[in-house]
Structure formats: C-alpha cells, structure tokens
Design a protein around this ligand. Structure first.
Ligand SMILES: *Cc1c(COP(=O)(O)O)cnc(C)c1O
Length: 394
C-alpha cells in the first residue's frame, strides 16, 4: 500500500518556475526586488503594520531577542520564559544572546499556561516567547495581558501560524514581535525563509540593518534606485548578521501566499474528518482548539498511552506520523530544567501528529483513522503483537 507521510509540501510548480524565471532574467536573485514585493504582500494579507523577510524563522527569533535586548538594556543571564514543548529554535534563540530560557508548563492546548508563566516570573524575567503549537492560539490573549501587567516583552513564535486568525483577525498584532516560518513543510512553503513582524516602526527599520551585516543601505537600492557617484557608498553601523531573505524564496512565497487561505481551509477539512472518524474513541485524547481561533491547522495531534508502540504499529501499516515535540528537557543541553513542567513532559510521551498535508484524500484519512482505531482496539482486547514489534525499535 502507498505510504502516507506526515508532511508533503505542495508547490504550484509552473507558477513558482515563472517567479524564479523572472528573477533569473532580471539578473536579481538577492535582497530587494521580490523580497520587497513579498513583504508588502504579507503586510496586506495579515494586516500587520511591519514585516521584514528573512532567511528563516530561527534567524527571526534570534533577531527578536537581540533587538529587544539592545533596546531595553537586558543583561547576559536575564531570563525569558518559554515552553519546553517546541522546536529547539525557540529556545536556542534565547541562548544565542546569552540569556536564560526558563520553561513554564503548558495547558490543555499544549501552549504556555499563563498561570505557570506567572509562577516563573522573577526579578530577572524580561520576556515571554509564546509558541502557537500547530496553529492553535491557546491562551495567547491572557498571556498578552499578563505581559502588559508585568512589563514583559511578548515574542510570538508563529512558525505554525501562517493564516491563523483569532476573532477574525490574523494573529501577530498581540505580540511585540511575531516570527513566521516559511520552511518547506510549514503552511506557506518556500524552501527556507521566514518573516519578522515588529509592532514598533523603529524596530522594523532597525532590523533591516541587522539582517545585512549592519550595512545601512541595501544593494538593490544602491544599484537600481540611486543615481550619481555615491551609488557604491554605504556606512556600517554595527556588526549585524547575514539573515535577510532572497528574491528566489520571496518568489516562491508570493505563489504560496495566493493559496494559503484555500490550503488552510483544506487542512481544517482534514482535521474535521479526523475529528469525525475518531469521535468517542477510547484511549485517545484530542487537543482542544482555543475559542475564537481559526487555526492554520499545521498539525492534527492526539494523545495516546504508550505512544511509541502506537507509532510503530502505524508504521507497520505504512503510515508515518510525527511527534511535535519532545519535551526539550530530554535533550542534554536543556536537561537542567527536567521535572519543572510535568504537564509538558507527560504530553511529550503521549502526543502523535497524524498525517496532515494537501495531498491527503478522504480515503487516506479513513485509512489513518481505521489503523489507529485498530491499534487501540487490539490493545483494549489485550493483544500484544504491536508491543512486540516496538521492542526492536528500542
Ligand atoms: C519550524 C519552526 C521554527 C524554525 O523555523 P525555520 O524557518 O526552519 O528556522 C521555529 N519554531 C517552531 C515552533 C517551528 O516549528
């Protein structure tokens, strides 16, 4: 039987090739040109006031921490509250700036629980990074309020949230900086790129210098728009990074953006099929969606006991689910916080992300749901065959 994979990116190949061709024929593949067009398109789509196109969301998370650190005079060793249930980028970004991630626990949405955040706030806490896991907004509004009351910066890791709306508005306006990922398996696929959206206009201006080595003028402006003998001239104000996006990626992004709402609507359809087919299933818990959240549905997650056995049994049926994510404290470099977030840790051993991509049909979703139900039914009747097959995996 055909394998059913967790993620399969869909590209509109002819339209993407036309975009790439335009760049090649113009002789401009880098910063400027389509990157500007894509930034404008993203601002129009989301309604967010500012957007700067990047090489990745990881770069964006680093820049968010860096720029707020500069602006507010944060010190090395100051703390940022974050979640252990995320891709490691989120937490590495804090360490890049020699600050300290402090993990708070998650709620039933698998997003940060504001009550737990409040317990972690101390004299050196400066910010919170909230991850909208799978596109879910969780208790983002409450976290927004908490940050406002306690004078903390809020950074939104919206890597999963391209197209997520909360109470009818695209997410991002809640945070001081919101970072999106357009990596190939995310909802708005390119190959690798991202977007950082600051609330503050000055930071938007500032970040453009930081993404190109501190150089205060981009090459496109110098080459194409500026006349006279000083075309070649620029100043360098600080070290900066090489984090800007390029026109090839922006071209792919422009195509994906056209289809984002339709693609996400189909993802929600897949989620509704899973919901329907798995309704009332014993031994399986679903992750509730926050009220008012029209999720991008980057993920469809469920929780089961002895997850690794379930995964192995599904693999045996040609179905390849994923796990988003392992509690980061299981990794050696974050192990010092092991045991501080029991709910995240428990979820980490139980969550399964079922296949979720635009190539799935109703029949595929039925096959996944049937296989999952069979595994759980076999377990209830005391069958142990799937257990045996797991031991070899370790
Ligand atoms: C994918 C992802 C990132 C990193 O995105 P890149 O664009 O690959 O750097 C960060 N946070 C989360 C939650 C992600 O899923």
């Amino acid at each position: 039987m055909e394998p059913i994979h967790l993620f399969v990116p869909r590209f509109r190949v002819e339209e993407c090739l036309a975009q790439v061709r335009e760049c090649l024929e113009k002789g401009w593949t880098g910063l400027g040109y389509k990157t500007v067009e894509f930034e404008n398109a993203w601002r129009t789509y989301t309604g967010l006031p500012h957007a700067h196109f990047l090489s990745s969301a990881t770069a964006g998370l680093h820049l968010a921490v860096r720029l707020f650190k500069e602006r507010h005079g944060w010190k090395d060793g100051d703390e940022i509250v974050s979640t252990p249930l995320t891709f490691v980028s989120t937490n590495h970004a804090i360490l890049y700036e020699r600050m300290k991630p402090v993990f708070a626990d998650v709620d039933e949405h698998l997003c940060l629980d504001p009550k737990s955040i409040a317990q972690r706030i101390g004299p050196r806490t400066r910010a919170v990074i909230f991850v909208g896991l799978g596109g879910n907004t969780g208790r983002l509004q409450e976290v927004r309020e908490l940050c406002r009351e306690r004078g903390l910066v809020l950074i939104l890791d919206a890597a999963h949230m391209a197209g997520t709306r909360l109470d009818g508005r695209h997410v991002g306006g809640e945070a001081d900086a919101t970072v999106f990922s357009f990596q190939a398996v995310k909802n708005l696929p390119t190959a690798d790129s991202g977007m950082i959206c600051f609330a503050d206009a000055d930071l938007d201006t500032e970040v453009r210098r930081w993404t190109w080595l501190g150089i205060n003028k981009d090459t496109y402006t110098r080459t194409v728009e500026q006349d006279g003998v000083y075309r070649w001239y620029y100043d360098v104000e600080h070290e900066g990074f090489k984090y800007h996006g390029n026109s090839i990626m922006a071209g792919l992004g422009l195509v994906s953006l056209k289809y984002l709402d339709a693609d996400n609507a189909f993802r929600r359809q897949i989620a509704a099929w899973y919901d329907e087919l798995l309704a009332g299933e014993e031994g399986l818990e679903r992750i509730p969606q926050a009220r008012g959240c029209e999720s991008s549905r980057h993920l469809f997650q469920v929780e089961v006991d002895r997850r690794d056995e379930v995964m192995a049994a599904l693999n045996g049926a040609g179905i390849y689910p994923g796990v988003h994510y392992q509690d980061n404290t299981v990794y050696r470099m974050y192990a010092d916080m092991a045991g501080t977030c029991p709910r995240a840790h428990r979820a980490s051993g139980r969550i399964v992300s079922l296949p979720m991509h635009l190539g799935l049909t109703r029949a595929d979703v039925e096959r996944v749901a049937d296989s999952l139900r069979q595994v759980l039914a076999r377990r209830r009747s005391g069958g142990s065959r799937p257990l045996a097959s797991v031991k070899s995996i370790g």
